[in-house]
Write a protein that binds this ligand. Sequence first.
Ligand code: NAP
Length: 297
Amino acid sequence: MYDIIIIGAGCAGLTAAIYASRAGKKVLILENEGIGGQIATSPKVENYPGFSSISGMEFSDKLYEQADALGVSLELDKAEKIIDNGYTKTVKTEYGEYECRAVIIATGVKHRHLGIDAEERYIGKGVSYCAVCDGAFYKGKTVAVVGGGNSAVQSAIMLSGLCEKVYLIHRRDSFRCEAKLAEDVKAINNIELVLNSTVKNLEGEDKLSAIIVENNDGSQTKLNAQGLFVLVGQVPENSNFADIIALDESGYIIAGEDCKTNVQSVFAAGDCRTKSIRQLTTAAADGSVAALAACNI
Ligand code: NAP
């Protein structure tokens, strides 16, 4: 029997674990992918207070080390269902089930796919969703990044230091990322901006060799590239809990700044909940709010 089960070992989940264990609670974290969540795949974090520049991986490692040193338990297991027994909750997982008094859902978000037919065919054969994880495979080669947010632009900048050439494909002519990043990317010689353009098709026998992009005027261009890094935002994955937890039309858990869901003693923290700003700082803030609320039940 745990006091608090936290689903997800990203920034929100690990922050919640640190707060709850420091309050003397018996805490279990369930994580079905990598420790650190999305930020572990970010080349650089330069907007978290206290760190002028740190890799996403190192940031995640530090968070986990802090939680681990406090005695938090971690199971690499996928939470598949939450059962509300009233006073207690049961979390059913792929490999077992766990009882607790309170649950904090901190499942974050997953990579959005482009949704074109060829995309799935080339995953692992040229198509990637993480420059930090896969960038080294493309050393000295030509790659493309698609997207115009922080993830895409940071990844293009990172890849420009490894690859011979980087195309940055974006569907508009202005970037969504921080102004500083947009300025930096324009100044890098081996990054070519392909603006007002969308990816239409992918070509290559066994592995990706070319990307067909369509400009807003309807003209098509073939870009020869061995890699395509798809960084077009994120989508939540909360459908496992939808039988009892209320989600909005996009699949985010309906919860306000107090992180309370429609089920008593079940909280939602970080990117998985309805909110306007999804940043590391707001994930950490949610983790602490949800943990302190869960400690008080
Ligand atoms: P994002 O900010 O949502 O940007 C997604 C980009 O992909 C947008 O430019 C969007 O175009 C484009 N896009 C969406 N769907 C597309 C499609 N089907 N085809 C082509 N392009 C498409 O996503 P993100 O960059 O992954 O960032 C997510 C959140 O994490 C943001 O809040 C971001 O600030 C944060 N983040 C922070 C850091 C950090 O340094 N701390 C690092 C990475 C991310 P439009 O612009 O036209 O909509």
